[in-house]
Design a protein around this ligand. Sequence first.
Ligand SMILES: [Zn+2]
Length: 102
Amino acid sequence: MKELIELARRRCSTIPYRYRVIAVCFDSRGDYLGMASNYYGIKDSKSQNCHAELRALRRWGDKIHKMLLLRFGQGGAIRAIHCCPSCDKVMKKKNIKIILAA
Ligand SMILES: [Zn+2]
């Protein structure tokens, strides 16, 4: 788990936004699937914006059993994060367990 957080931290340094969130995904056996970051598209095209949870879902779909949600501040410190109401609804519907790192 520690290695994954390190990996996420390195990955987040490539996210060009102030708000940097990574969803680390695991399958039902607890095996690591991969990680997804948040994405904000071009201004004024709201449909391009996507939270890390939804991007992960698009990639791994029903394989995902749980997600570790991480947000990193400047310098790589872990910051408090929680699912927004809209993602929360989707995660509950899909029966995905969200784990918060902070
Ligand atoms: Zn969200």
